[in-house]
Design a protein around this ligand. Structure first.
Ligand SMILES: Nc1ncnc2c1ncn2[C@@H]1O[C@H](COP(=O)(O)OP(=O)(O)OP(=O)(O)O)[C@@H](O)[C@H]1O
Ligand SMILES: [Mg+2]
Length: 90
């Protein structure tokens, strides 16, 4: 399953939603969260506790191709500018 969490708006729960979805999918099968949000909150949270901060793999959009074949579920997280330019990475 591939799920994308995105919004034009900040502070609406994108990161929280993506992290909970990824945690749920990880209980079913290996799951990759692709952090395409410029603020990188999910990446920072995953780095807590010596990199054990979250129970699934988090990667950047730039590194996504390197990991994607190893995971059954993919959750992508991004913030889209009103002209759509940020969404082009996906
Ligand atoms: N379902 C929810 N119910 C209540 N509060 C929530 C919910 N989801 C997120 N929040 C709270 O809303 C705030 C913003 O959430 P979050 O950081 O996930 O948003 P975001 O869209 O990723 O923000 P940003 O644009 O800054 O990246 C946080 O304080 C979070 O705890
Ligand atoms: Mg966020």
């Amino acid at each position: 399953m591939i799920v994308t969490v995105t919004s034009y708006k900040g502070g609406v729960g994108k990161t929280t939603t993506a992290i909970h979805l990824a945690a749920y999918f990880q209980r079913l099968a290996p799951t990759l969260l692709v952090d395409g949000d410029g603020i990188r909150s999910a990446t920072k949270w995953s780095q807590r506790g010596n990199g054990q901060g979250l129970p699934f793999k988090v990667t950047s959009a730039a590194q996504m191709a390197k990991h994607i074949r190893d995971y059954q579920h993919i959750v992508t997280l991004s913030w889209v500018k009103s002209n759509g330019s940020e969404s082009q990475v996906f």
